[in-house]
Each structure stands twice: as C-alpha cells, then as structure tokens.
Design a protein around this ligand. Sequence first.
Ligand code: PMT
Length: 399
Amino acid sequence: MLSLANKRILLGVTGGIAAYKSAEIIRRLQDAGATIQVVMTRAATEFITPLTLQALSGNPVHLELLDTEAEAAMGHIQLSRWADAVLIAPASADFIAKLATGQGDDLLSTLCLACRSPLAIAPAMNQGMWRNSATQANLERLRGRGVHIFGPTEGSQACGDIGPGRMSEPEDLAELTADLFETGSLAGKKVVITAGPTREAIDPVRYISNHSSGKMGYALAEAAAEAGAETVLISGPVNLIAPDRVRIIPITSAQEMYQAALKEADGCQLFIASAAVADYRPVQIAEQKIKKDTEQLTIELVKNPDIVSAVAALPKRPFTVGFAAETANLENYARGKLERKNLDLVIANDVSDRTIGFNSDDNEVLVVELKGSETIPKINKSILARQLIAKIAEMISND
Ligand code: PMT
C-alpha cells in the first residue's frame, strides 16, 4: 500500500497540455495521505486555472516570485524548506532546460534551486522534442545531479504524433513519489529512538521539565520507518501524532524512559537518544500538593540514570547515537560526550538559537564522529532526519 502519510509534497505545474492531469495527481497524492502545495508557472495557467488546483489542494496556489503578499505568507525559501519532496508534473522541455542550466527566474525554478529535498520531474512533450539531443542532454545532466525522472510513456499525443513524451499516469506518479521515501536502507533492523522531554514530579500537580517538543525524535522515527526499520519510539509527553508504522511507548519520567530503553534496546541494532532527559529529579515526591506558606522552598534533587550511556554499555551494544544540546563550544562538548558516553555518533545542536533546536520546525546540526565532523545547515527537521538516517544506515553497513 503506497503511503505518503504526513508527507508534504510540492507539486510544480509547468505549461503543457498534460497540465490538466495535475488535478488528478493532487487527488492521488492526497489519497496516499500527502499534504499538497501547488506552484504554477505562468504558462501553466494557460492550460488549467489556479482556482481549480487551489480548490483541490486546499491551499493557495503560488504563482509569482516577487509577490510581496505571497512572500510574506510563504515565500520561495519557506516553500523549499516546507517540502519533503518536489514533483514537477508536467515538466515541459523548456522547464527541464531551465533546471539543467540552474536558472532561477520564476518561483518554481528558484525554489528548485533552494530546495534540498528529493526533486522529481515528469516530462511531457511532443515525441520530437523528447528525442531531441538537447532535451536528452539536459535530462542526463539532471540525472547526474540526483533528480528523479518519472516517465514519460509512449503513445498517441495531443498533437497527433505517436511516440515517447506522454506524461506518466497520475496513479503511477503518486506511487513513484511514495517510492522516494522508501529507501529500505534499514530493512530488517530494529531501531529504538527516545524523544521529547521527561517530567520529574515534585508533587501531584508540579514537575520539572524542559522545552523539548519531540519534533526531532518523531521525525527520526518516521525516517527510520521509511527506511524499512522496525521502529520503536519511547516518547515523553508531547503534542504530536505518532508516525505511521512506529510503535510508541509513552513514558513520563526519566526512570520510566530508562527502563523502557533498556528493555527495547536488547536486540536492537540502532539506538538514537534524541530525548531531552531531565538530568535530575526530586529525591522525594510530596504526596500532597505543596502549600506556598514559606518564603523559600528547597527541593533536593538526585541525578537520573544516563540512558544512552547505559545502552552503549550493554554487552551486545547497538550502534548508539546521542544528541548534544549545547549553547557554546558545540564541537568540543559534543566530542566530550562521544568519548565519555562511548557513542558512535553525536548530533550537536545549538539550543541557544530559538530558530533551531527546541520546539522549532528546523534544526542545524554538527554531526560528530571519531574521525571528523560535518555541519548540516539549517533545514526542516523531517528532511534533516532523513539525511541523518541515511548517514547512520551507511555507517552501520560499513561497520
Ligand atoms: O524535541 P525538539 O523540540 O524537536 O528539540 C530537539 C532537541 C533539542 C531536544 C534535540 O535535538 C536534542 O538536542 N536532544 C538532546 C537533548 C539533551 O538532553 O542533550 P544533553 O546534551 O543534555 O544530553 C546528551 C545525550 O545524553 C542526549 O542524547 C540525551 O538524550 C542523553 N541523555 C541525557 C541525560 C540522561 N539522563 N540520559 C540520556 O540518555
């Protein structure tokens, strides 16, 4: 069953008679669970109205690069960050040429330049234009850059010709789009991920916690499931919907997370600790609500067990990945954690920057391993999670 649940697909529509099929593509992508935003080139609007695609997608259709209103709402950079994948269908010969030469003179071409998510095109054109060596050279160039080319198929064309150049059918395009997320790189592996905050009770109504929203951990769980892993997500209290195909174990405190993690890590091949675990908990939890009848209140705290270190110390340890939430000296502190906690990889983020780290949709990380480090610039957490899972899967397969 094809699944695009929780996936954000940006559908680019360029000028060609096959643009009428874009309406059907939106439907098929939605059937698979995707949310759609549409960007049309000016030529596309000659073939199908923005209103039709707006009504079907349920979102405003984006047309102009230099539209102040649109830029304020969702400009080309936000759109490129929003998309989990970009599908351009139909992709005209002219637009393919534009992509191949890296032009950015309209909204669609500009966001393709800015976008780091998978990019797929569904060519649609006359058979002569398709066979032309200029078009084929452009496609070769795009393939070399990792652009996915879906179709075209052969058959009778709107112009009366018969041959290659017909856009693939909407069902097939939806299926191929879903395949973009099915890497299979962790097939047969069990992955355990911790996410969100923990809450350490003070009394029946109060607790100590932190600002973790769980977004980073949930995105990692989704990416691991997409990569074919049996995925277990041990989650603190968050307001997120569990990703498809992921088994959730809800916990509240660090001690509960510790117990669940040690149980689930036994026999798993990959453990990722993205949770923001409270380092300390109150020594005693008051049975009744503490009354505010003193000017000062002292709460004695005791250290919580270090979950990721305990997993890394297991006799049959999984590949173990920790996070490092830092406000300065990212690399030094992350490297310290890598060594002290005996980890295979540490993903460090600067939590003093409010646009990344805690509770934001984006993150920027420094990936630290024994032999070196690499920065992944600011990007949507879903896309980042996919990149991290791909990197980790490669490290495991080389292990
Ligand atoms: O949830 P979001 O809003 O999306 O935010 C994401 C995030 C900022 C929480 C995430 O990217 C992140 O940095 N998670 C780790 C937060 C943290 O607690 O970092 P730390 O440097 O204090 O801990 C280092 C590592 O030890 C972490 O992998 C942590 O999960 C682990 N740890 C810490 C304490 C403890 N008792 N047990 C642990 O396993």
